[in-house]
Design a protein around this ligand. Sequence first.
Ligand code: ATP
Ligand code: MG
Length: 568
Amino acid sequence: MRWTQTLIPTLKEAPSDAEITSHKLLLRAGLIRKLAGGVYTFLPLGLRALRKIEQIIREEMNRAGAIEVLMPALQPKEIWEQSGRAETASAVLFKVKDGSNREWFLSPTAEEVITTLAANEINSYRQLPKNFYQISVKFRDEIRPRFGLMRAKEFIMKDAYSFDTTDDASMVSYRKMYDAYKRIFDRCGVQNFPVEADTGVIGGNYSHEFMVPAATGENDVVFCEACGYAANIEKATSGIPKTAAREIGAPIEKFATPGVVTIEALTKAPSSVPANRQIKTLIYIADSKPVIILIRGDDQLNEAKLAGVVGTPVFRAATAEEIFAALGAHPGSLGAVGVKNISVFADERLRGANDMTTGANEDGFHFKQVSIERDIVVTKWCDLRTVTAGEPCVKCAKPLKLRRAIEVGHVFKLGTKYSEKFNATYLDVDGSRKPCVMGCYGIGVTRTLQAVIEHCNDADGIVWPLSVAPYQVCITPLAVTADSAAMKLAEKIYAELTAQGVEVILDDRDERPGVKFKDADLVGFPIRVSIGEKSLAKGEVEIKPRGGAVAAVKMDEAVARVLALIKG
Ligand code: ATP
Ligand code: MG
């Protein structure tokens, strides 16, 4: 490809709304352009890199035995009602109406479609296992689209869905995807690691997210360097000890705390109750009903864990009015002592705790000497707190660390949640009919592209891994008239490399060398071959790996040298 023939609109400065390095580079290197917030056009170079990633994904999915299909982006509302997600996923669904007022949703993912297909097409154990995948445009009405392709309203996802006869067989399919994901992200040239992930409302223990470490990532990951434990903060647990028990005996005592409405204020004189001897009481509304959450005063509630406990992602913190209606007091004086008719979910760390202080459900009063198991009716004990750095690892007790990361992929064991709802069953060997056991597996293809850039760059621009670079080689003749010696040699090397299957761009622009070199570095081609008068006079060209040193090479050896660099 010739530079003048394609469109590579590089920019000196990134538009002001680009906040993170990779977003700036996507725009500056002329890979994408914004149409609207969260909606982008891929320009020729961006598209080439994207297709490379798609191809890697395809090869590894095929290698793992998955089969490619293409499902519609336009999905009838009815199948979403059948799965129950018309309501639970409502916030992210793009809803459209056709001319006859029929409602459709634009696909954010495709469990409903594939399970409908499986219900019709899969009938016998002989047809299983099956793993269907597609690479297609997805739509999500993200409230805060940001960071370019990272969180877009329209993006490309690879989604796959496995169907198996049994739980054990489903685990085999899961493992295959897990291994394929590792290969995919390794081949894309990014550092990546799997972490245990939250299974939220669907439940079950099997879910991993594939993370690319990055300070700009939107996920907090807890990990242990000693034993390798790694989990999303939404799921992570630690070996932190329970609240130390003290002698039970003294009955509850109410005491006045005028104007004290925070954990922090109660730690001060005259009350002087340390945060770790306080019970924090939070009220949420789930399924239109209030629920009480109890965690220790010095802990933070983890809302992802709460979603799993209440069994719906549709919940919210109660308003002051709702709280008053439920408990007869305002935030700051709330507690669960003596509360009946409202579910109380208490964090495990409080189990067995006594001599605790909590609100008395009377403004300006607290209770002390509370023994949680004696004085509070707990509906369910659960893990609700957020792990913090330095806590002992749940597996090996060494101190845990925290880091930020980008979620590029997600593997998930679904069980029979969807197959039961859609009647996706198979006839077993013994003639009985059973629901297929499913798994689902996503990769954010466009997000992965950006994660590669976020991970592979320097002060001059992108430093593409060879596997996903839009072109592997950029030839930069410093004189471009057709009869110049530099251009003639450039054309020759271009033709020879192209014949060898190398992807080459020839910078035939009539620009100053400085401009050409800057652009080549900004776009990040892995290898640059520059041909200038001075080195030509010595019968040489210059070959420079991106981020490496320039080497003078005899012009006859240039092609072989480039090929050797590509083969590594
Ligand atoms: P997130 O937590 O980042 O919102 P998710 O957990 O909702 O993502 P999944 O449903 O697991 O996403 O989707 C599979 C993959 O699709 C994710 O791992 C991610 O790489 C990608 N993805 C999800 N939402 C977006 C988005 N708005 N823009 C770009 N990629 C996305
Ligand atoms: Mg996910």
